[in-house]
Design a binder for this molecule. Sequence first.
Ligand code: SAM
Length: 250
Amino acid sequence: MSWRASVLTLFPAMFPGPLGLSLAGRALRDGLWQLDAIDIRGFATDRHRTVDDTPFGGGAGMVMRPDVLDAAVGAAAEGNPGAPVICLTPRGRLLDQALVRDLSAGPGVVMLCGRYEGIDQRVIEARGMLEVSAGDVVLSGGEPAALLLLDACVRLLPGVMGAGASAVEESHGPDGLLEYPQYTRPAEWQGRTVPEVLLSGHHAEVARWRRERAEEATRTRRPDLWSRHLARRSQPNDAAGRLDGPPAAA
Ligand code: SAM
């Protein structure tokens, strides 16, 4: 059975959206993953198909009701056994590549997309959902976050990326480094040249240069990732060795 994504949303027409194109779209058509976009409104019990109500304690906006969401999550979980249930929220842990790797190695994912002011906390706790944020920003709904998470997971599924592409030598890989800069033809463009070493055909030198540029980029652009990389590198069973070159000086 292929990897399955069940997305609970008030806007099922947003799916597959961009995931119907390119790599993910081809993989979807080839059956390498499956997608169910489930309309939360289908689990409302009144004739107006109400899914929200005013917040206890007062304040602006509306909150999504726990009873309706519980029924929706229950149905999605039954159709996607063993998949973790994720609630997309700016209050969650930040999405990162380690979580993406874990999720893509499992059976799939059930995702709850909030709208309005958010979701009644009781259903999040009762269902043991993992709260995940797409970044320190506030979106108008969980759907763009769900698309982001799915895109990142689907490209790691077996058979989705072409043979030439690698998920190991890229940013946020197991070593936690950003990738080195990339260049292609023409070798000179608007007076800017490509680093000489990349034209040398000397594989060990290219690997060393790439390693140094990856470390430099991480150190200067993302000191948080660099500290984590250094901590990991000092572990006895260090998984930080990628590419062929030795680590550059810190
Ligand atoms: N009142 C909420 C707060 O301040 O934390 C924001 C609600 S937001 C307008 C509506 C919905 O969008 C949320 O329930 C959540 O599902 C989704 N959302 C917004 N920002 C998000 C983010 N950074 N990551 C994941 N989901 C997000």
